[in-house]
Design a protein around this ligand. Structure first.
Ligand code: SF4
Ligand code: SF4
Length: 426
């Protein structure tokens, strides 16, 4: 970071020593994981810059937006429509924490059997090291899994205002109606916080902006179908992670520019690596920044990741919202249709997800699947237990991995991944 942002962080109420310690770990981790990769596309320079300023310039942009009468909404789930936040004059930022941060306060609030994603979010909040949370005027939680549902009961102590959305658990007409109702309630809440009514024109513009972002990311996914793949899985994951923080219009333009470059690589038959590598699909729990442990191990072992079936991947980012649907009611219905199609493991039953993994493995030309679950994540761990034998029976090899953010099991994971790659080669 070229500017000293300590005064800004102090004003936001961050614990400066703890925050400096966090940045002191994140910077070297980023360099080691990303900047040592060979043959990176030039288009990744933009994302390097975003990451170098993720707690600096981007946070300043949020505060500038608030100065001008806007507001910031923090979210934890892809079921929160960014379109509604933008239409109400807000900026939407992801708050999921992909790193461990334990405090005695968190240990007293959460059971030991809580997933690392929830624990990380609590830890960052309790330790006052997240400028995005500190800048958020409204935080939206959602009743998805049991862990999150109960976590919101104590999370309000860390935020200015917490709005909890109820979530359907079954894909039927009752579930659809519940989500539609919840989006209407969220719209009103955002209007209260933003101090203005959302018009159909504003919502249509926001839908168009977010659709364009999804289209650019879908283009990136399609380019990764090429064999050899033109970009590493780590870089593609990073792009998708940045989509939860960056300005959506600028982000879309940067992804399109990256895709132009990758298209040229594909046209020339050039891959990011020389020679053939096993191609893998990652499937499972979301990987929030800076959770790069498993993809780094997989690609260090000599494979290439060609797709992410995850909320920070195609599960969360595919499918556009129908445009030109008319007034607010019809637009809310169009939003509901799009978001209700997300095949998150909180739904029961959830056969669409397994079908999606099979389809995606075929289109991305994957040789196998790595299923990633965070320990204590019952929804994804349960689905993995059934998915593994079903995919194997269909001829698609699967490696099921449960791991959190700790580096302690890195050696053991490398051994398992290497053995899986040997199996694929055989
Ligand atoms: S996995 Fe489910 S609960 Fe988690 S972010 Fe995705 S949609 Fe939300
Ligand atoms: S769905 Fe799984 S990973 Fe997501 S918050 Fe719940 S337990 Fe954690």
């Amino acid at each position: 970071m070229s500017t000293d942002y300590h005064p800004m962080w102090q004003e936001l109420g961050l614990d400066l020593d703890a925050h400096d310690a966090l940045l002191g770990v994140l910077g070297p981790l980023y360099e080691k994981t990303f900047l040592t990769q060979p043959n990176r596309p030039q288009g990744m320079d933009y994302f390097n810059f975003v990451m170098s300023e993720v707690h600096g310039l981007r946070v300043k942009e949020l505060l500038d937006h608030k100065e001008k009468g806007g507001f910031v909404t923090g979210t934890f789930c892809t079921f929160v429509p960014e379109e509604l936040v933008l239409a109400a004059g807000g900026i939407c930022v992801g708050l999921c924490a992909g790193a461990e941060w334990s405090t005695p306060e968190v240990d007293a609030l959460l059971p030991r059997t809580t997933c690392a994603l929830i624990k990380g979010a609590f830890g960052f909040a309790s330790a006052r090291v997240c400028p995005y949370l500190a800048a958020s005027d409204l935080v939206v939680g959602e009743n998805t899994c049991d862990g999150k549902k109960k976590a919101w009961e104590s999370f309000h102590r860390f935020v200015k205002e917490l709005h909890v959305m109820d979530m359907p658990q079954v894909k039927n007409s009752t579930g659809h109606a519940l989500l539609r109702e919840q989006y209407g309630i969220l719209l009103k809440k955002l209007e209260d916080v933003g101090g203005r009514k959302v018009t159909p024109e504003a919502l249509e513009g926001a839908i168009s902006t977010v659709n364009a972002k999804r289209r650019a990311l879908a283009r990136l996914t399609v380019l990764r179908q090429a064999n050899p793949a033109p970009i590493s899985g780590l870089d593609a994951l990073l792009v998708q992670q940045v989509s939860f923080y960056d300005d959506p219009v600028r982000f879309t333009a940067s992804v399109e520019a990256l895709c132009d470059e990758l298209e040229e690589r594909v046209r020339q038959g050039k891959g990011v690596h020389e020679g053939r590598r096993p191609r893998l699909l990652m499937s499972g729990c979301p990987m929030a920044v800076p959770n790069w442990k498993l993809p780094h191990i997989v690609e260090q072992a000599g494979a290439i990741i060609v797709g992410e079936e995850s909320c920070i991947g195609t599960r969360g980012l595919r499918n556009e919202v129908r445009q030109g649907s008319g007034g607010l009611d019809a637009q809310l219905e169009a939003l509901t249709e799009r978001y209700f199609a997300i095949d998150c493991a909180i739904f029961s039953p959830n056969p669409e997800r397994q079908e999606h993994v099979v389809d995606m493995s075929a289109t991305q030309q994957a040789d196998g699947v790595i299923h990633f679950s965070l320990p204590f994540c019952t929804p994804y761990q349960s689905e993995a237990l059934r998915m593994e034998p079903a995919l194997e029976a269909g001829g698609l090899p699967v490696l099921r991995i449960d791991t959190d953010y700790s580096p302690e099991d890195a050696g053991q994971l490398s051994t398992r991944v290497e053995a899986f790659l040997e199996r694929l080669e055989a």
